[in-house]
Design a protein around this ligand. Structure first.
Ligand code: CDP
Length: 214
């Protein structure tokens, strides 16, 4: 199946790059981070303790999460803006570390990939765990300073606060026991610090074309 897995830390440019790679290749795009963010919002709305793996896992199994290219729906409601708040940034990596949550999300991600017969899928564990058979795996990264600057450029906020929120999330994501953030052995590592979006997209599309056409 034609899957391009794009993993990497916050602010590396995954969403922008993945969208453009999707347009260039004709493969559908899936933002798996938005799925975890929707679960985090449901946890917040129900005043559930984010550290309670069992209760959060139950929520993850019961909610309806539908992620489109531009719109994220939680239980039939458009929550695209709410899931990007600083409160959600503060709890998403806590709820995403729970195995019952990851099990529920992975099942949905794999079924999406089967239905779409492939796709450009971005997240933290796509190439390592969700779809290790992906024909192209990219680990997209950038220096912490560049990532914080990009986030401030996108969503505003104080640079120090944004940098420490990203650092905290990176730490939780890369040290959790279940599918930690790390490059898989067979991934192409792309450091976007000194590259334009266009350069990164062109690099990934060129890799894809060489593997797609054998
Ligand atoms: O856009 P940004 O890089 O800030 O984050 P995101 O891709 O929306 O992901 C939000 C959070 O969801 C991450 O910090 C991870 O804790 C979690 N996540 C995950 O655990 N596994 C994935 N495949 C995708 C996201």
């Amino acid at each position: 199946m034609r899957v391009i897995a794009i993993d990497g830390p916050a602010g590396a440019g995954k969403s922008t790059v993945a969208r453009q790679v999707s347009t260039a290749t004709g493969l559908r795009y899936l933002d798996t981070g938005a799925m975890y963010r929707c679960v985090a919002l449901a946890v917040q709305q129900s005043s559930t303790d984010a550290h309670d793996a069992e209760a959060v896992g139950k929520i993850a199994r019961e909610v309806s999460v539908v992620i489109g290219r531009d719109v994220s729906m939680l239980n039939g409601i458009d929550v695209s803006t709410e899931i990007r708040s600083s409160e959600i940034n503060g709890i998403v990596s806590i709820i995403a570390a729970h195995t019952p949550v990851r099990d529920a999300m992975r099942e949905q991600q794999r079924s999406w990939i089967r239905d779409q017969q492939g796709g450009v899928v971005e997240g933290r564990d796509i190439g390592t765990v969700v779809f290790p058979e992906a024909i192209l795996k990219v680990f997209l990264t950038a220096s912490p300073e560049v990532r914080a600057e990009r986030r401030v450029g996108q969503s505003g906020g104080d640079i120090q606060a944004v940098a420490s929120s990203i650092a905290e999330r990176d730490h939780l994501d890369s040290t959790r026991l279940d599918s930690p953030l790390k490059p898989s052995n067979d991934s192409v590592v792309v450091d976007s610090s000194n590259k334009t979006i266009e350069e990164v997209v062109a690099e990934i599309v060129a890799h894809f074309e060489s593997v797609d056409h054998g």
